[in-house]
Design a protein. Structure first.
Length: 270
């Protein structure tokens, strides 16, 4: 190798040291991801340790912790791109944190609305009776659809570097709703934020207590109700997309199996 090439190699090696797993684990966006996990767990701890919501401080603290974890999802993505610290580990951490946070909040709502039904001795409306079942169903659909989306992206990569599960490449040929969801940022944002706010507002509606004058009570209650009017359609649309994502991922995996089977049969015929 010519001396100039050797010098260049040494310079590249000295300025770009090899990264280890520890480096990736300590990436700034991943540190933000760890903090999101801690904030979400702290939020659920407050919710479960103070289920009666008799103190507005605890209700407010729980929501602040939960929203801080939710906002962290935007910050870690920005940091990953800004610092050139994107990683598959970070993507998995982000996905698991998102899904577990939503799952945890739905679990809290399931327990508290079921408890409310028990206290009313089954005298509530049919909708309120079905809410615990609805929360469980939403949790199952959310986790299964995103897990299958991630698995389909990895399985269909055939050993190559897999595309991001939100990318146009990964969703080529998928259901048009899934392509719209991941392809149009504002559509994606409205559905994600709207779904989370729906669950948060339902928690707040269940725990809303105030000693303020009636006028203030009515204003706050109106904000909650109008918030639900705006957010519930987004939450409903998100479930339709989740269902489309689930079935589309199943079909993509089945098509991949069929293609592999056909390739094997073609090789046998030669």
């Amino acid at each position: 190798m010519p001396p100039s090439s050797t010098s260049t190699l040494r310079t590249a090696t000295s300025t770009s040291p090899l990264r280890t797993a520890d480096h990736v684990l300590w990436f700034v966006p991943n540190l933000i991801g760890y903090s999101r996990v801690a904030l979400a767990l702290s939020s659920f701890a407050v919710m479960l340790l103070h289920p009666d919501g008799d103190d507005r401080y605890w209700c407010g603290l729980a929501l602040i912790l939960y929203f801080s974890s939710f906002v962290g999802d935007l910050v870690d993505g920005w940091a990953a791109r800004k610092l050139n610290q994107t990683s598959q580990f970070g993507g998995v951490l982000d996905m698991v944190t998102d899904r577990c946070a939503t799952l945890g909040l739905l679990q809290v709502l399931t327990a508290e609305y079921f408890s409310k039904q028990q206290q009313s001795h089954g005298d509530g409306s049919m909708i309120s009776k079905l809410l615990p079942l609805a929360f469980v169903s939403l949790a199952l659909l959310d986790v299964s659809s995103h897990w299958c989306q991630m698995y389909a992206t990895l399985a269909c990569s055939d050993g190559e570097t897999p595309a991001h599960h939100k990318s146009a490449e990964a969703n080529q040929g998928r259901n048009f709703l899934v392509q719209w969801y991941y392809g149009y940022y504002w559509f994606f944002a409205y559905l994600c934020v709207g779904a989370e706010l729906t669950y948060v507002l339902m928690y707040l509606n269940l725990h809303f207590r105030t000693t303020e004058p009636k006028e203030a009570h009515d204003i706050i209650n109106a904000v909650i109700q109008w918030g639900l009017v705006i957010c519930v359609p987004a939450c409903a649309a998100k479930q339709v997309v989740n269902l489309a994502q689930l079935t589309s991922s199943f079909r993509a995996i089945a098509q991949h199996d069929a293609d592999r089977y056909n390739q094997q049969e073609t090789k046998k015929g030669r």
